[in-house]
Write a protein that binds this ligand. Structure first.
Ligand SMILES: Cc1ncc(COP(=O)(O)O)c(C=O)c1O
Length: 426
């Protein structure tokens, strides 16, 4: 008998929430293994976006009802994101996507930096957490790159400690790698940074759909994420400690408000997208409430405890999926998995698995799987410093299978069987 906080007991309900999961390709049910590139959305997200456009479509801060409703949509999305990340609503900034928002933050932070100041980046990171900071080299900022252990694709913490010094002004690091799934010890990295007076920027784009986040416990200064990776539409989110958002000077147009966080939100926002963000977070909260009477305060409808219980359940379920997938993959002759493969250490990885099959180009494998309805990615997924370090960049990178909580054990069996068949052909 399954306990109620076992997510697999709710899988049927979960899967009926996502209309895209009912689609087929060439007569085969689609298996979405492209979650790290972008996830599918629940029906209520689609309805919230359509409803906004049908009933409330307007610019913000006007003196008429649709504009006031738009203000309410933005405020609701800020509250929802604050509940998801464990912050206050005025510490949430919306924008186009993580990459654009990180460039904006680097330009604002750059106003405070001087030649010789140092920034620590890592080889595990997506280029969206490298290029915006590297751009500051133009003004004399020194960029240092923390290495990884290529054996298991974990961050080399000894190297990080070695490169950290009293000239370090910022450490920019991913919470989890979008290529190989490694979860970094962000709390420890924040502690080390603060000990030398540096700030910490966390790229949580890959981590958010896979586990609970508490920005207060992490004590990070900034954290960025992308709702389209966690069942919502295409917008970006930046958390910043209130004091930083108030003190730093973003590049902005003069008539726009100086109030924080709005002063960071250049131009008109994607209001229908924000309506969708709230709906996606409501979906996760409902999942949490379904876990049982202790999972979130059902009486008051408080969302943060419900979200935490949903994300804990997702984490536990995905860990089992990762075990099944990696065990199946390692039994295929000629297949190499990059990243942590020891199940005892799976609390340090997400269910995002990068691999190569001897003698096979990842792009060709992705095409063959795609024709059978299995949607994967091949290449470097912009984590180019990592693919270079692993020596696979010039050989087509890696094939990536990215699971989220709507994936199933049956889907894993199908993709493992397809890869085994490819290994025999190759
Ligand atoms: C870890 C990570 N960081 C940053 C990004 C960039 O996010 P966005 O598309 O919102 O700019 C991605 C996108 O794949 C990612 O996986």
């Amino acid at each position: 008998m399954m306990s109620t906080n076992d997510l697999s007991a709710h899988l049927r309900w979960i899967r009926t929430q996502f209309p895209a999961l009912q689609q087929s390709v060439n007569g085969q049910e689609i298996i979405y293994l492209d979650g790290p590139g972008g996830t599918q959305v629940p029906q209520r997200v689609i309805e919230a976006m359509a409803d906004y456009l049908a009933r409330s479509n307007a610019n913000a801060h006007g003196g008429f009802p649709t504009s006031r409703r738009t203000d309410a949509v933005i405020a609701a999305a800020r509250d929802a994101m604050a509940d998801l990340l464990g912050s206050e609503a005025d510490e949430i900034v919306f924008g186009t996507n993580m990459t654009t928002m990180t460039f904006a933050l680097s330009r604002a932070l750059g106003r405070e930096l001087h030649p010789g100041d140092e920034i620590l980046l890592t080889r595990l990171d997506h280029d969206a957490n490298i290029a915006p900071w590297s751009a500051l080299e133009e003004q004399g900022v020194v960029i240092r790159l923390v290495d990884i252990d290529p054996e298991d694709c974990t961050l080399d913490m000894a190297d990080l400690r070695r490169q950290l010094n009293d000239r370090t002004r910022l450490i920019a690091v991913c919470y989890a790698s979008n290529a190989v799934g490694t979860i970094n010890d962000v709390t420890e990295i924040a502690r080390l940074a603060h000990a030398v007076g540096a700030l910490v920027f966390v790229d949580a784009v890959h981590f958010v759909p896979h586990g609970p986040i508490d920005v207060r416990a992490l004590d990070c200064d900034f954290l960025a994420c992308s709702p389209y990776k966690f069942f919502a539409p295409h917008v970006g989110v930046l958390y910043g400690k209130r004091e930083h958002l108030r003190r730093l000077r973003p590049y902005k147009v003069r008539p726009a408000t100086e109030n924080s966080p709005e002063r960071w939100e250049t131009g008109t926002q994607n209001h229908e997208g924000l309506a969708g963000v709230t709906a996606a977070i409501e979906y996760l909260a409902e999942l949490g409430r379904r876990m049982g009477p202790n999972a979130g305060d059902v009486r008051t409808g408080k969302r943060r405890p419900a979200l935490l219980s949903a994300m804990e359940a997702i984490r536990g379920y995905e860990r089992k999926l990762a075990e099944l997938l990696i065990r199946g993959l390692l039994a295929i002759p000629g297949l190499t998995v990059y990243g942590i493969t020891d199940p005892a250490r799976f609390d340090r990885r997400t269910p995002t698995v990068a691999l190569r099959l001897a003698g096979q180009a990842p792009q060709e494998l992705a095409r063959v799987l795609g024709d059978q309805g299995m949607f994967t990615w091949a290449g470097n997924y912009y984590a180019i410093r990592l693919t270079e370090r692993l020596g696979v960049e010039t050989a087509g990178g890696m094939l990536r299978l990215g699971l989220v909580h709507y994936n199933t054990a049956e889907e894993i069996e199908r993709v493992v069987a397809a890869l085994r068949a490819s290994a025999h052909v190759g």
